[in-house]
Design a protein around this ligand. Sequence first.
Ligand SMILES: NC(=O)C1=CN([C@@H]2O[C@H](COP(=O)(O)OP(=O)(O)OC[C@H]3O[C@@H](n4cnc5c(N)ncnc54)[C@H](OP(=O)(O)O)[C@@H]3O)[C@@H](O)[C@H]2O)C=CC1
Ligand SMILES: O=C1OC[C@@H](O)[C@H](O)[C@H]1O
Length: 922
Amino acid sequence: MSSSLFDLTNKTAIITGGARGLGFAMSKALAAHGAKIALFDILSPVSDLSALRAEGVDVDYWKVDVTSKEDLEKAVDEVKAKWGTVDIVVCAAGVARDSPFLETSIETFEFQHKINTLGSYLTAQVAASRMDSTRGGSIIFIATLTSHQAAPAQRISAYAASKGAIRSLVPHLAMELAPLNIRVNSISPGYMMTDMVKGLEKKSVEEGKGSLVETFGKEGMLGRMGREEEVGGPVVFLASGAGGLDDIALQDQYRTSRTGNNMVFTLSWGILATGQIATLFSKDLLISPSTRSVSDVTHRIHAVASSSSVERAQEFIDAITVGNEDEKTRSRTEDVEKKRGEIKAYGSYDELVNDEEVQAIYVATPHSFHYEHALLALRAKKHVLCEKPFTINACQSKHLMSVAKANGVFLMEAMWTRFFPLVRELERMLHEEKVLGRIIDVHADFGLEFPGIEDSHRLLNPMLGGGALLDLGIYALTWALLAAHRAPENLDEDGNPVRPRVTASMLKARTGVDAHTTIALDYDKSEIAALVTTNMRVRSLPDSTARISGEKGYITIGWAPFRPESFTLHLLAPPATTGASGHQYVGTEYLPPKKIEFEIPGHGMFWEADEVARCVRDGKGESSVMGWEETIMVMEIMDEARRQGNFKYPEELEAHTPQITVNMLVVQELAHHPLISHFLRYTSTTMGRDKIYRIIQYFARFYAYYLLRQGAPKDTIVPWNSLKNNLALGRKLMRVGKNVEHVRAAAQAVEGLGKGGGDVVGKALQVGRQVGYAGYLTFDIMQYLHGAGFIQHPNIKRIADNAYKCWLTGLAFNIIHGLYKLRQISTQRAALTLSTTAAEEEKTDVKKLDRESNAASYQLLQDLLDVTIPGSGLGLLPLDDGVVGVAGVVSSILGAKTHSEGKPSVYTTTKEETWVMGVRYE
Ligand SMILES: NC(=O)C1=CN([C@@H]2O[C@H](COP(=O)(O)OP(=O)(O)OC[C@H]3O[C@@H](n4cnc5c(N)ncnc54)[C@H](OP(=O)(O)O)[C@@H]3O)[C@@H](O)[C@H]2O)C=CC1
Ligand SMILES: O=C1OC[C@@H](O)[C@H](O)[C@H]1O
């Protein structure tokens, strides 16, 4: 029995040069680990294949000249037709000629290069183009030790060069084929006693050069020649992908080369929710992929979030990192526990999706939240694996897909069952091998009892998307679609499945959700009928997950519908006869049933996770195994079944549904563009709106002046003047009460001054500034009351002048403070060493001072621009409204920018002061 690490069961291997020598030896090794063997050779096999077959090996021979692409294509296609897949290719066909360099003819050179280099190249090319990227593949070139080093007993430069060329192919093909999930390696056997060497030996002895065997043996590190079967280990190792290491050198007789492109890809996960299935999924993520013979991808849980609290998230982390008690995986216990401290805990989903180190989010909340939470993650540009049912209805699913597409991220429904090796093998047997011939009838069922659950439970609660169909029926539907929908007879000319007619009925539970649902799917094109039943009251029978009947018999799938461990093939006994409809009927007697079992080394959720990792690694938006088309199909059938069963979820759940129009989508996505959403968030604050109004106010002031200068009619100018006045008045109203805040800040600054210590000059300037602003805003209130008509102040001009004077005072203190600050910074900067060898902290200090200096200059500029407003209002500066308007617009834009970036005021010297600083008045 083969170890699962090197298990090649269900894999097909092609071995060129497989009829004899190393090729044949390697074939036997691959067969011993379960592979089906296709021997390609120009020569007939040395040994009778029936002997191998008698040992249970599935083996066949194809006469192939590896220098003929046509031969290769024909043979590889035949292998695929026979066994369904091509998974492993060993390019071992080769020739060697002993020929001194100075005497080697073009023909001898070309002969070896044609078979060894071109032959391997073509074999790899033809085979790779026929490999299934979802299964992955392995190409192994057989090079030679003599392509790394000289061979003192031989003259084989042309041969070594042809094999050296093969080795050079490895990194390039590995890179190009990595997206197809195909690994590429080479093995360089040392001196092996094969037929080829025997030929050389004969020649050497005949020519009186002595025995090569002896010389070769001395050159080998073991002091002897290698035996053919000794190359079996490396080839099985590379074919199985069990290594997962980069750059492996097998030191003795072989060298293997693996490239950076074969490096393991690690996906960093964020787990959103801490319920039952999130626990199982996370535990599976922590199982070493090598336990399921996966070596190209691995997983890391970076963070977990709970919607309730950070403590809940931590509890979850503690629980998933308790070592597994399972005998088989006991060895990982210690590793898993080590991971506990590496996983972050969050008390909100927002924090999780905004963690930059998280690449993919696993959404495991109840059904009703899938749409909202997947959207949250997609908009944060995370790849998403979202639990089944994907959403409440098909429309929501389509919207998620369009958002994923717009954000360039991967999205998949976590229909984990689709990724079990059992399911992949069943699909292959049904649709490629066609073990049942044409499929005729499918019955899929999933029932489960939930005794004593409350109405609030997610299965019964309509607000949580309850009901049998969305929770359990979805699995039965998946089985039906897998067998019927994807049957080749059901595909249209473009290869797309033709939709079925849907007839459904429902029996309701006390909360109004469906307790039983029956769906009939009728496929007119392929004449397949499928019946899907589900309920949440009684467990379905052990063998009734699905029964798939075809012309040649039927298959039953065992329990559980979400995690099956076996299926049984019941084939009708021969002979075959042809029925009236053209279908093959083969009697009523059955052969003994064949039960095919599959081991699940864990809960089985890691296979879907591996798919996500591969798709993310390869830059794919959707999976080819569980693609968007399938999710939409399932959702649409469930929508239709609910429509016919008269079952709608509460409006709030269904109403999340956006009507997908291109315009809606553009608007939605625009609104979520980081720049735009930042702007919308900014302008939703009072301060943000005030800054925008201020920009418009000063622009209106400038523009009214401009129109006047242009001699525009009064009617054109009036609206701009009134815009300016209305905004000025409105903004004054918004500031009513602010004077009190400045009085308080002034009092605090005085107190700070009284305590002494610290930056006394800074504190004193602060007092002046706060007093100035407090006075200014007090006069400002009076101006508002007058402007709005609450009072008629006889001396409003004087009030306005006083306001300006106070404002100017505040600004003057600001400016002095700005200059003072700049001076302080330049003194501190001069004190720091600026040599290139300066310590890191020092360099950091310099950068900090540079930043502070920029901020102070920026603020000073705004203050100087603002001086134009009260300065001209008081007649101190001879400036017209054009200049003042422009100065006001510029200072407002600068202020808005600083504020929207969330930078604190440069004048702030106490915490308390922050809330009244950075505000630009008038
Ligand atoms: N149970 C199973 O065997 C399987 C379940 N699934 C699917 O996974 C999803 C979750 O199922 P399951 O893990 O069993 O459910 P649970 O009820 O065990 O867990 C759901 C989790 O979602 C989070 N949550 C967030 N908001 C709410 C809310 N308002 N009400 C309840 N929970 C909330 C909670 O975690 P927190 O507050 O900490 O974030 C909670 O622990 C379902 O859609 C189900 O179909 C799929 C395969 C198998
Ligand atoms: O996906 C599921 O499969 C197993 C059931 O127990 C569970 O309710 C369901 O969500």
